[in-house]
Design a protein around this ligand. Structure first.
Ligand code: ADP
Length: 305
């Protein structure tokens, strides 16, 4: 089942067409990376999903129910973590979560249970100090606890790791991995390494549309670049290799760097066989020969060009 379905979403600010027929489907229990450059329209999309911004066209379904601008009905399924969450800085985490629980009409018993569980999950259990003295990472973690307080089916996080140092980033990513058992996570980011670490599905937003969507494996398979890396122990050997007439066919789309050469070919197996034959004939011995996996960065750059 898809927790979130966005179909043909359009949004214009003035003459700027930010979303131009965006379609994405987020399956239950996935960690879904919503990728795009700064200004691509990620926050705009999330605000429309939350009913905070009016779309010009398109349809959104959260847990099968239509999300409507200005109405908050479908938000009962959603927990939202903005990029910079705001809190009352004079409160402690426990006080803040208690306030959130009371506002939403939860019983004191339920508030105590949820606060205990969630503060443990985000590593803030027993932290007595006021939120004003928290690091950015701690605030982000408290924001996750708050967003999960009503046990949402979908947790939407807007650039949750962008402003964090490596330690804070790792902590937030680890929490997201843990919560996937209970809820579906969608997070927007332009940090590719975060996506590679925890996402099982990805959509790349460019020019207002999803230009790539699927699991990382599917995307890599589909966009296989067919590259071979060859490394020689010394530069002179690489020079000898590139000057050999026998290899000229293979080198027409090659890239040289240091002692390495990357060869691109349409039929990678044939190119590899040709290469091995040539190496045998010329008695040139590389120290490394491998078929390269396409990187997410390569795919992303390809998708947004
Ligand atoms: P992202 O989250 O991917 O960085 P945003 O959704 O914040 O991108 O913004 C997409 C584009 O829409 C940007 O060019 C931004 O300047 C513009 N934009 C966002 N909100 C408004 C608004 N309220 N009025 C006018 N332009 C806006």
């Amino acid at each position: 089942m898809n927790i979130l379905e966005i179909e043909g979403l359009k949004k214009k600010f003035g003459s700027h067409q930010v979303l131009d027929g965006l379609t994405i489907h987020v399956p239950e229990h996935s960690v879904f990376g919503f990728l795009g450059k700064n200004g691509a329209g990620k926050t705009t999309t999330m605000k429309i999903v939350l009913g905070l911004l009016k779309a010009d066209a398109g349809e959104i379904r959260v847990c099968g129910e239509r999300a409507v601008y200005g109405q908050t009905k479908t938000n009962r399924f959603i927990g939202y973590l903005p990029d910079v969450p705001e809190f009352y800085s004079y409160m402690s985490a426990v006080e803040y979560l208690r306030l959130c629980g009371r506002i939403t009409g939860m019983s004191e018993k339920e508030i105590r249970r949820m606060s205990g569980e969630l503060l443990e999950l985000v590593g803030l259990k027993g932290v007595k100090k006021r939120i004003g003295g928290y690091s950015r990472g701690m605030k982000q973690r408290l924001g996750i606890a708050q967003a999960l307080f009503h046990e949402p089916k979908l947790l939407i996080c807007d650039e949750p790791t962008s402003a964090l140092d490596p330690v804070g980033r790792r902590e937030v990513l680890e929490i997201m991995e843990q919560v996937r058992e209970k809820t579906t996570v969608i997070f927007s980011t332009h940090v590719l390494s975060d996506v590679e670490r925890i996402c099982d599905r990805v959509a790349v937003l460019n020019d207002g549309k999803s230009v790539m969507e699927g699991t990382l494996e599917e995307m890599k398979e589909k966009h296989k670049k067919d590259s071979l890396l060859l490394e020689f122990p010394r530069k002179e050997l690489l020079k000898q290799f590139v000057e050999e007439p026998i290899f000229q066919n293979l080198l027409s789309r090659a890239k040289l760097e240091g002692c390495q050469v990357i060869i691109h070919a349409k039929d990678i197996e044939q190119a590899e066989a040709e290469l091995i034959r040539g190496l045998n004939e010329t008695r040139l011995m590389p120290s490394r020969l491998e078929i390269l996996e396409p990187s997410l960065e390569g795919l992303f750059m390809e998708a947004i060009q």
